[in-house]
Write a new protein. Structure first.
Length: 184
């Protein structure tokens, strides 16, 4: 026989179970149908340090730019082992940004009579060619010049070198040719 009170109780229990299920779905994160889910975008940043390092290499067994004049007077004397095909020194960008490379002498030319140092982008018939930069005995420590522009990471720039002097006494002389890189 049909009992209306039992039917109402069963319907209330059913409603209670459905309500509890819906409440559980709303509260538990990641649960299918989660009505309270939210999305948040978070900025993620990689700060890679700027590296302007470079290296300089020389032909044969040289560790610098060497000149070996036969006498104390010389004009456009090429660096030792330098030819039209063989550069006097090579600058390689070992960093991770484009660089400019500037040059100047750290001190005065080391001997009376050395009057000029020149570096160029090429040599033709043993003579300076291409774009050239030079320093004289009057400005070797004050004439900072950009000799390489926008050298990309991993690439190299070749340079040739010459010197001029008159009345230089016999001996071995050296001075630092200072190369400095800056990011561009």
């Amino acid at each position: 026989m049909y009992d209306e009170r039992k039917e109402v109780k069963r319907m209330k229990n059913k409603a209670w179970i459905v309500g509890l299920a819906l409440l559980t779905m709303a509260i538990l994160p990641g649960f299918s149908g989660n009505a309270l889910a939210a999305t948040q975008d978070v900025t993620t940043t990689w700060n890679v340090a700027q590296d302007t390092s470079f290296s300089v290499s020389f032909p044969a067994t040289h560790t610098g730019i060497d000149f070996d004049p036969a006498s104390g007077t010389f004009t456009n004397l090429v660096a030792t082992d330098q030819t039209d095909a063989q550069w006097g020194y090579r600058v390689t960008n070992d960093g991770n940004v484009n660089i400019d490379v500037s040059a100047v002498f750290a001190g005065n030319f080391p001997a009376t009579g050395i009057t000029e140092f020149r570096t160029c982008t090429a040599s033709s018939g043993g003579a300076p060619s291409g774009s050239c930069w030079w320093w004289t005995a009057a400005n070797e420590t004050t004439n900072t010049q950009t000799i390489i522009s926008a050298l990309t990471p991993g690439s190299s720039a070749d340079r040739w070198a010459w010197t001029t002097g008159s009345g230089v006494l016999a001996g071995t002389y050296s001075e630092f040719y200072r190369l400095t890189s800056t990011a561009v």
